[in-house]
Every structure is written in C-alpha cells, then in structure tokens.
Design a binder for this molecule. Structure first.
Ligand code: UDP
Length: 490
C-alpha cells in the first residue's frame, strides 16, 4: 500500500487527481461485450474496471431455490486476485458476500421479478481492477447489463459514494481518499431518487451527511445521463435516411411535384368531397327525423319514405367514394405518364383527364361499369370483376331483393334528380366487397398451384443483408475534456 500523502486536498481546493469536490471520475461504458450473456456491460470509472454479465430470467437451479411467485435475483460480486495492489485472496470473502447482498437489494425494488416466477436472474460482477468505489461502479454497470438483457425494470439504478477527506465532503472517492479519508458513504438510488443502498464507513455529522447527499444526487444524475445515453444509442431505432436521387431525376420529380395538383385541391375532387358531405348531412338529418317520426308512430308514412331516402343517401356516399377512388387513380396515372414530358403538355393532359368529372352532373353520370373498368386497369387482380358484372345481370332476384321496384317512386318524392340508379349502386357496393374478398383466393390459388413467385420473394427477403449490427460501442464522458473537471487517467 502506498504511503499516506501529506494532503489529499491541495491549497487551491483541488483533489490529488485534479477534481473539484463535487466531481465524479471519468466514466466509460461498453454494452453487450459478452456474447454468451443475455446482457453485459464493461465499465471503467477512474481506474476501476468492472465487467458484468446478466443471465436470465432462466430456470432456477437448484430447484429448491425457485420461488413460485417471483424470480430469484442473484448477485455475485467477485474481485479478481490481480485487481488490487496486494493480491486478493480468490473466492468469496466476508467483504464480497456483503457487497453481493447489499447490491442485490439495491436492485430488488426495480426489477419486475414477479413477471418470471420460478426463474433466476443472475448478475455476475467481476472486478478486474479496483481503485475504490468498486461496489458503486458494479451497480452502475449491472444496471446497464440488466437493461441490455431486456429484464423489465421500473427504472435504472445509479450509484455513487461521497466521503470526507481532509475535513471536506467530496464526491466519488478514489483509492487514496478511501484509504486515508475520514469517511466513505456509498449510495444507490433509482432514477426517481429513491434510495436503494446506503452504507457508511467512518464518522459524519448530520450536516455533513446532508451536504454529502446533495453531492451524491448531483453525481447520480450525471451517471444516469451517461447510462441513458449508452442505452439509447444501443436500442434507439435509427431514422432511415432518404435515398439519394440523381440530380436530373430529382429535378424532373420536383417539376412533376410542382405541376401535379394534390387530390385534395383538384376541382373534381372538391366536387366529390362536397357530394359526399351533402349526402352524409342528408343522411344524418333524415336519420334524426326518422327516429323522431318512428318514435311517435312506427307506421307513419313519412317514416317509411325517410328510411328509403336514408338508403339512397348511403348509396350516394358509396358512389361518391368510388368516384373519388377513380379520380385518384387517374391523377396518379397521369402524373406517371407525363412525368418527364414538357410541363405544358403535362398540364393539358392533366386538365383533359379532369374534364369528364369537372361538373357535378357529369360525375353523377359516370357509369359504374366505367368505374369498374377504370379500377380494373389499375388493379390487375380485379380481372374477375367482369364475371361478377355478368353474374349480376343474370340474377334478377338480386333486384327484387334490393327493393328496386320502389325506386322510381322514391326519386319523385325525394326530388333528387341526380340520384344514381339503385341497381348501379348495388353493383358498386358489391364490387367493393368483391374487391376485398377476391384478392385472398388469388393468393391462395397461387400458393396451391405451386407458383414460385411468392417463394422467390421470400427467399429474396431472406437473402437481403441483415442490418449491420452496430455492436458494442463506447460512450465516454470525460469531464477533463469539457474543462470543468479532470483526472489524468493512466
Ligand atoms: N481493496 C483492496 N483489497 C481488498 C479489498 C479492497 O486493495 O481486499 C481496495 C480496493 O481498491 C477497493 C478499495 O480498497 O476498491 C475500497 O474497498 P471497499 O471495501 O471500500 O469497497 P469499494 O469502495 O471498492 O466498494
């Protein structure tokens, strides 16, 4: 053991390693350093070097150690014989057993062990190099390793010690300060500030403890920030950078984007939106009236009429939405076709594509068949749609079921001249549902027929290179670099 230095705090108020009283030693953390552990961490804090491996939750052995209601947390602190100046005796000692116990208890309030009954969560700590504060360093490293292992925790645990050196309260003692100081006071706390470890070696007054706690809180806050930064860097999902497009293509795309009106503001789209809104409003009003009328007299004549009107309004909504889809598809198609043409040509073509639907009356006149054929162009899997149309025509019962007979009368009563024929509406509705349900059998039939396309896709997907693991990395918070504090590490 080195001789006692004359002073532990110099005349200018600095400690022997150059730190101020309220400064922690530089900390360096690597995460995921052990491939066989579920979680691991290597931590350097000043001259301390600590390695932690976490295993579990895994079946607890021996079985008699299992607990039916919770996981068993086991913490093993071990100091390598070469970690200290004088050779440490290998194997458990009173000191290592004590440190293992208090450190386990420091984690018990945060680890959600009740989620894993009959299992064990093992935390193995190896002190490779010791320079005072190894238990606090090990707790900080264990917290990271537990998170790396994915053990559910209510928060991280952070640990730091304060002590009394040359009559002064200082934060995070080093070896000389620990050996020759008057007191050593290790503390661990959750990120919410709840104390989970508190020990004292030496003599301190209540005022000194109070002052020391202020320092420890500050130290733990700094350590928590380092821990969080390490974990964030390891587990944060990287934001995907947009692919770089060649300059020419990019310019062309910008032109198209500039020229291409959004569906939201396209005149035809606005008309369709209005159409849908009106129909929906009508439906809401009618619904209220119907409810009131029917509440008074279920057989009231207007009750029946109004119900019919509601059906018509609903049908109009369906058609309006179908037309909107067609417009959207047209806009997309036009934009693609004209992407690299002259801007004037593009505008002309674009306007032409809207002529059919620029007036509300014209939109109303769109035949459902046209709608279907337009959709079929964009959606090849809807080829069977034509067959469906044929089936509708062959099924006269369908019209009867839909109550088409009352349709002309209704139109007169409602005075809605633009009302599309119910048969067409029904077809549209049916088309929409067919679109939904027909696509699945397509996939199944492909799979049954043994076509290789989906398989190839799967293989391609598998062959795609996995996102490169970023592997272990380091976060170094070296206060000496910031100029606010410093220690000349070896
Ligand atoms: N130490 C040592 N030999 C031992 C135990 C401890 O040299 O057998 C040194 C070691 O550097 C350790 C320091 O004494 O860090 C303080 O030990 P303490 O028991 O206070 O625990 P710690 O501060 O490491 O948590």
């Amino acid at each position: 053991m080195s001789d006692k230095p004359e002073k532990l705090i110099t005349d200018d108020g600095l400690r022997l390693d150059g730190r101020h009283a309220d400064e922690i030693r530089p900390m360096k953390i690597e995460i995921g350093v052990l491939s066989r552990a579920d979680g691991s961490c290597y931590l350097e804090w000043g001259r301390n070097k600590i390695l932690v491996g976490v295993f579990g939750p895994r079946e607890a052995h021996p079985r008699r150690s299992q607990r039916a209601d919770t996981a068993v947390i086991r913490y093993k602190y071990n100091m390598a014989s070469f970690s200290v100046e004088d050779r440490a005796r290998p194997g458990p000692s009173r000191r290592s057993i004590e440190i293992s116990k208090v450190s386990r208890e420091a984690f018990e309030p945060v680890i959600m062990a009740e989620l894993f009954p009959k299992t064990a969560i093992d935390i193995f700590v190896e002190v490779l190099q010791a320079d005072a504060g190894t238990r606090t360093a090990a707790i900080n490293a264990s917290s990271i390793a537990l998170a790396d292992a994915g053990i559910p925790m209510k928060g991280l645990v952070t640990s730091c010690a304060f002590g009394k050196v040359d009559g002064q309260i200082v934060l995070d003692l080093n070896k000389e300060e620990d050996n020759y100081g008057e007191a050593d006071f290790p503390v661990a706390m959750t990120q919410d500030g709840e104390i989970t470890l508190l020990q004292m070696d030496g003599n301190l007054t209540p005022e000194e403890i109070k002052k020391g706690f202020e320092l420890v809180k500050k130290g733990c806050k700094e350590i928590l920030e380092i821990q969080q930064a390490v974990l964030r860097k390891k587990f944060e999902t990287p934001v995907e950078e947009p692919e770089e497009v060649p300059e020419e293509t990019a310019e062309a795309e910008i032109e198209v984007l500039g020229a291409e009106p959004s569906l939201e503001y396209a005149p035809a789209a606005v008309v369709v939106e209005e159409l849908i809104e009106e129909a929906e409003e009508l439906e809401e009003e009618l619904s209220e009236e119907t409810v009131e009328a029917c509440a008074v007299d279920e057989e009231a004549p207007e009750c029946e009429k109004l119900e019919e009107l509601i059906k018509e309004a609903e049908a109009e909504v369906v058609e309006g939405e179908a037309i909107e889809e067609v417009i959207e598809a047209e806009i997309e198609e036009e934009a693609e076709e004209e992407a690299f043409e002259d801007e004037a040509d593009f505008e002309a073509a674009f306007e032409a594509s809207f002529e059919e639907v620029s007036e509300p009356e014209e939109i109303e006149e769109l035949e459902p068949e046209e709608t279907v054929s337009e959709e079929a162009e964009f959606e090849p899997e809807l080829e069977e749609f034509a067959e469906e149309e044929a089936r509708f025509e062959e099924e006269p019962e369908f019209e009867e079921e839909a109550g088409i007979e009352e349709e002309p009368q209704l139109e007169e009563e409602a005075g809605i001249e633009e009302e599309p024929e119910f048969e067409e509406e029904a077809q549209l509705e049916e088309a929409v549902s067919e679109e939904t349900f027909e696509s699945e059998p397509d996939i199944e039939s492909e799979a049954e027929s043994g076509e290789e396309a989906p398989a190839e896709t799967a293989v391609e997907a598998e062959e795609e290179p996995e996102e490169e693991s970023r592997g272990p990395w380091k976060v170094v918070k070296d206060p000496s670099e910031s100029g606010s504090r410093g220690e000349n590490d070896e």
